[in-house]
Design a protein around this ligand. Structure first.
Ligand code: HEM
Length: 491
């Protein structure tokens, strides 16, 4: 299909046959797997019509990097959908905001605020330690009672509390009413948005039912009341002297924009209106909780399947950290096997296998193919992470891929690896997510050995595609390791 005669159209799937064959398949395949398979017939980069939208699917890393990095600004648009407009007050957030000067400024402020709490600073680490400690207490109690545990709600609470502490300096204990509300509306949002994005990808799944839209609006309105309450509280006792959390940092940026208010530079125009601040905090919950929790669930599922990986992580922890103190961020460099395990989990089960769709903001090209303004581009991370040319036995879980030859440090063995994306739209929470993954897993595995409860089978590694790629529910038995039987938690 390659030709030396200048730009050409990408191979195009015939619209009706695709829909026809999918209908007859009743797709046992989630979209990322299907898109990977279609390469065999259409090549690595091809286009298709979904409803009235032209979508280009990219399945290979050089084209992916051309889109995300080399032509990052050209492909920095986002499609607008009914649900994301409801969710983000027409894109006044970061994840679904269209690329513009206001968006860039807004993203820069939030990035700066996150960095302040980021690596090197003590507060984010303290926040995660507190949650890791409380998670370990729950595991101890379950162990003492001889109970098998579904870790999902516990991990969700821990990760939500990290984000709550970071954004509002508040956290919740088990059973707290406001917290239960938050979990309920988050789930409602996740469920409906997942359906809509599937409708967007698979129009033949029928029109988005109005009942779902009603539910989404209800959930968003509960979320917004809570965000507004936190915002009003923060505004009431805001001080330029102390910066308690992310919301304070955003308020400070907004106040300075407001003080400089001229006709051209208003808070709205630089992305710092009240709506922007509220939607950004909403984004951090939306993008930061489900993703991180899901990676933790995948990590534990794979550890249950590979007890030798768990043993090796624990040996490393025993040698480098010991049993007298909990692991801390400064141990990251000396725990390469744990680090490699986290990387392998992010490779084999990327939680955002199609990233978030990008949109071409002007006429451009990908490789030899012409791309018209407004075309949606889906980067199939699943294909990149399972490319047989780049990864030996891609379905094999093998953390050692990410170790250097001496096993003393980590490496990235292929450029076909982008768990957080790359370029202008790279994940804003990458550093935070990595800190959480490292600390939660190291705390748990220092103290407990995890196993499949008697009478249960190993968790499925299949994965269900929605907003994120989810493992099926499973339970674990946590057995305290030598020295941790009393369940005491020292921080
Ligand atoms: C975007 C992955 C955790 C905030 C993204 C994207 C990916 C991703 C693949 C899309 C990149 C693109 O469209 O090109 C992950 C993974 C996480 C994680 C694997 C956990 C392990 C977080 C956390 C936060 C966060 C904790 C909270 C601060 C965001 C935001 C965006 C984003 C705001 C949108 C960026 C933009 O459109 O400019 N993430 N993420 N993520 N993520 Fe994450």
């Amino acid at each position: 299909r390659m030709s030396a005669h200048g730009p050409q159209e990408p191979p195009h799937l015939p619209a009706l046959p695709l829909i026809g064959s999918l209908l007859s398949l009743r797709s046992p395949h989630p979209p990322h797997v299907l898109f990977k398979e279609l390469q065999q017939k259409y090549g690595q980069t091809y286009s298709l019509m979904l409803g009235s939208h032209c979508v280009i699917v990219v399945n290979q890393h050089t084209h992916a990097k051309e889109v995300l990095l080399k032509k990052g600004k050209i492909f920095a648009g986002r499609p607008r959908t009914v649900t994301t407009d409801i969710l983000t007050r027409d894109g006044r957030d970061i994840a679904f905001g269209d690329y513009s000067a206001a968006w860039r400024f807004h993203r820069k402020i939030v990035h700066g605020a996150l960095c302040m709490f980021g690596e090197g600073s003590a507060s984010i680490e303290k926040i995660i330690h507190a949650q890791a400690g409380s998670l370990c207490s729950v595991l101890s109690e379950a162990a003492a009672a001889g109970l098998a545990l579904d870790l999902s709600p516990e991990l969700t609470r821990a990760v939500t509390n990290v984000v709550c502490s970071l954004c509002f300096s508040s956290s919740y204990s088990r059973g707290d009413e406001e917290f239960e509300d938050m979990l309920r509306y988050s789930q409602g949002i996740v469920d409906t948005v997942a359906k809509d994005s599937l409708v967007d990808i698979f129009p033949w799944l029928q029109i988005f039912p109005n009942a779902d839209l009603r539910l989404l609006k209800q959930c968003v309105s509960i979320r917004d009341k809570l965000l507004q309450k936190k915002y009003d509280e923060h505004k009431a006792d805001y001080s330029d002297q102390v910066q308690r959390d992310l919301l304070d940092a955003l308020l400070r940026a907004k106040r300075s924009a407001d003080n400089n208010n001229t006709a051209e530079i208003s808070a709205e125009s630089v992305g710092l209106s009240e709506d922007h601040l509220l939607m950004t905090v909403g984004d951090i919950f939306g993008a930061g909780v489900e993703t991180t929790t899901t990676v933790l669930k995948w990590a534990i599922a794979y550890i249950l399947h590979h007890p030798q990986v768990q043993r090796r992580i624990q040996e490393e922890l025993d040698r480098k950290v010991g049993g007298d103190r909990p692991p801390q961020l400064s141990d990251r460099g000396s725990l390469p096997y744990l680090e490699a395990t986290i990387r392998e989990v992010l490779r084999i089960r990327p939680v955002a296998p199609l990233l978030i769709p990008h949109v071409a903001l002007s006429d451009t090209s990908i490789g030899p193919f012409t791309v018209r303004k407004g075309t949606r581009v889906v980067i199939n991370l699943w294909s990149l992470h399972h490319d047989e040319k780049e990864w030996k036995d891609p379905e094999l879980f093998d953390p050692a891929r990410f170790l250097n030859s001496e096993g003393t440090g980590v490496r990235v063995p292929s450029s076909s690896y982008l768990p957080f994306g790359v370029g202008v739209r790279v994940c804003l929470g990458e550093a935070l997510a990595k800190m959480e993954l490292f600390l939660f897993l190291s705390w748990i595995l220092q103290r407990f050995s995890l196993s499949v409860p008697t009478g249960h089978s190993l968790p499925s590694l299949q994965g269900k595609f929605g907003v994120v790629l989810q493992p099926a529910r499973y339970k674990v038995t946590a057995t305290p390791r030598a020295g941790w039987e009393s369940g005491h938690v020292s921080i």
